[in-house]
Every structure is written in C-alpha cells, then in structure tokens.
Design a protein around this ligand. Structure first.
Ligand code: NAD
Ligand code: UDP
Length: 319
C-alpha cells in the first residue's frame, strides 16, 4: 500500500463515484464524498458508510465548499441524458459553477484535481475514431447542450486555472462506461436493455439502432482514473478514457437478449435529437501516458452487470 491521502470525491454516491471511493479507500486513503444525491444513491455506498476513513457530506457543488484535502476528483454531474435534460439549467450550473468552486479549492490547497469530462465534448463527430486533438461538432442550443457545453466550459476553466494559477489538473474524457451500480431506471442504454431483457419487456432501440458506441467496463475505467491521478504534474490531459471496441446499438440489444436468454423482442422508438451517430475513442494517448488499456471484454462485463441487475430487480426497493 502506498502513501495515504485525504481525498475529496464530488459525485461519490453515483455509479462511477462509488466505485472510485471504494478503490481509494482500499488503497488506504481517507475519502470525503460530497454529493447532493440528485442521481446518486446511498445504497451505492453501503460498503463504505461505516468505514472509519470514509465520510459523507450532503452538499451541492454549485455552492462553494471548503475542506482540507490532498486531492480532488470531480465526478459530480448527472450523466444519463434523461437526468441531465430534466433540469438543464441545474446541469449547466453543476458543470460550470461546480468546476469553478472545486478549482478555487484546488488553487487554495495547491492540490491535484481530476475532472470527469466526457466524449460528449466531441458532439456528433465528423472524425472517427475521436482523438483528443479533435475539437468536436457540438450543437450549442440543443437538448444535449446543457451537458455537452457545460462539460466543455468546465474543461476551459480547468485549462485556464492551470495556465493562470498553475493548478495541477487532470482532465479525462470518459466514453460510455457501464457496470454494477448503474441506476436501473436512469435510462442509459446498457441498464435499459438489461432491465428490459430480465423483465421480458420490449427492448427500446432508438432509431434503427445503427448508431455506435464503445462500452468500457467500470473496473477498467477506475483503473485509468487512478493511474492518471498518479502521473507527473505536466500530464494534464485531456486524455480519452474508454474502450475502443465499437458496437452498433442494435447489436448490443441482440447480445443482451442472447446472454439473458430472454424472449424480449426489439421495439424501434424515435431517435432522440442530436444523438451522436458514432463514437469510438482513440486511446493511443492513454496507452502511452498511463500504460493502460481496457482488459474486460464486453461479454464478460455484461455478465457481471446482468448478475447485478438480477439481484437489484429481486430486491424490495425495486419497483
Ligand atoms: P451518476 O449520475 O451515477 O453520478 C453522478 C453523481 O453526481 C451522482 O451521485 C449525483 O447525485 C452527483 N451530483 C450531480 N450534480 C451534483 C451537484 N450539483 N452537487 C453534488 N453532487 C452532484 O453518473 P456517473 O455515470 O457515475 O458519472 C459520473 C461522472 O462521469 C459525471 O460527471 C459524468 O458526466 C462523467 N461521465 C460518465 C460517463 C459514463 O458513461 N458513466 C461517460 C462520460 C462522462
Ligand atoms: N439508446 C437506445 N435505447 C435506450 C437507451 C439508449 O437505443 O433505451 C441509444 C441512444 O439513442 C444512444 C445510445 O443508445 O444512441 C447510448 O445512449 P446512452 O443514453 O446510454 O448514452 P449517450 O452515449 O447517448 O450519452
């Protein structure tokens, strides 16, 4: 076990945040989770709530926060299109004001800060696969803009705090990640399809399902974030973090039907506006700078996730 740090994880009760908190605790650190629980769930932290090195602060990062820590991870933001579009102004505020407040804290403390950015900064990309040098193709006034442009503004603030104040930043552009502890009702494709298949319900494929995504298993993603945070200060990113194996949404639906042995049929539904047609990370930079690449193949990751949702669906809390 290495040196022990005091770490703040904003958004720590969410899907990715809870896995990150667990990993940081297992490495011997003290973890302060800050969350407003808009999409996070306390049950995600079940294994940590009684831990002596873990504490939880209910706080909205659109307001300033002052704690004494050695490192900050900013994962606070709804990530599912359904959730981030429900209150788009709050989503934009979370990205912009949240980044501002946490960067101010990092500046005062002189500590490193990780930003959970996203492949959405590339929008509906013309360049495929997407390298970090690509500036993207983003609609600034559409339904996804609160999230996409919010995350782009957050990246801008991170790089300006780095240039102006010398803040030690780590900007990771996360591509679609899945795994246990996704909220069964948050509307993302992997959780929707698995829950539908397990309940023998229709599989809601949007459009013709020809659009592509590249799915990264959560353990691989957390490993990348932890490695990134340990890089020397000059490694700022942005670095793409994701799995470069690309699938059509329709093929994902068929694969989940096969793995769950479900009788579910495909139901084609309208394609949401501005839904990116293709998405695959170029991860050469992550390979080179983090000595990292994903290890968990889709089928294996899906089986772990299916097992998780099977238990969730049987629990009394699931309605
Ligand atoms: P999630 O919705 O499960 O978790 C987000 C967490 O942030 C929740 O616990 C939520 O309550 C909290 N939060 C939201 N607004 C907040 C605020 N104003 N103040 C305090 N807490 C707030 O989503 P996730 O999949 O775990 O995503 C985590 C981060 O990673 C997000 O920033 C997201 O944009 C980014 N990301 C995720 C993916 C993915 O595929 N999972 C892809 C790209 C980027
Ligand atoms: N999708 C789908 N059916 C669903 C949910 C999503 O076909 O029930 C599609 C969606 O249109 C998108 C892809 O799956 O093309 C990924 O959607 P998700 O919301 O998981 O993430 P996004 O990458 O769009 O942010």
């Amino acid at each position: 076990m290495g040196k022990s740090y005091r770490v703040l994880v904003a958004g720590g009760s969410g899907f990715l945040g809870s896995h990150l908190c667990e990993r940081l605790i297992n490495e011997g650190n003290r973890v302060i989770c800050v969350d407003n629980f808009c999409t996070g769930r306390e049950e995600n932290l079940a294994s940590l709530l009684q831990h002596p090195r873990f504490s939880l602060i209910r706080h909205d990062i659109t307001a300033p926060i002052d704690v004494e820590v050695d490192a900050i991870y900013n994962l606070a933001s709804p990530a599912s299109p359904i959730h981030y579009q429900k209150d788009p102004i709050q989503t934009a505020k979370t990205s912009c004001l949240g980044a501002l407040h946490l960067l101010e804290l990092a500046r005062r403390l002189g500590c490193k800060i990780f930003q959970a950015s996203t492949s959405e900064v590339y929008g509906d990309p013309f360049l495929h696969p997407q390298p970090e040098s690509y500036w993207g193709h983003v609609n600034p006034i559409g339904l996804r803009s609160c999230y996409d442009e919010g995350k782009r503004m957050a990246e801008t603030l991170f790089f300006d705090y780095h240039r102006v104040h010398g803040v030690k930043i780590k900007v990771g552009r996360i591509f679609n990640t899945y795994g246990p502890r996704m909220d069964p009702q948050d509307g993302r494709v992997v959780s929707n399809f698995i829950v539908q298949a397990l309940q023998d319900a229709a599989m809601t494929v949007y459009g013709k399902g020809e659009q592509t995504r590249s799915f990264c298993y959560v353990d691989d993603l957390i490993e990348a974030i932890v490695r990134f945070m340990k890089t020397p200060d000059f490694v700022t990113g942005p670095i793409n973090l994701g799995n470069p194996t690309e699938y059509r949404v329709i093929d994902l639906a068929h694969q989940i039907v096969a793995l769950t042995k479900s009788p579910s049929k495909i139901l084609f539904c309208p394609l949401p506006s501005d839904d990116p047609k293709q998405r695959r990370p170029d991860i050469n930079l992550a390979k080179q700078l983090l000595d990292w690449e994903p290890r968990v193949p889709l089928e294996q990751g899906l089986m772990h996730t299916i097992n998780y949702f099977e238990r969730e669906i049987k629990s009394p809390a699931f309605s």
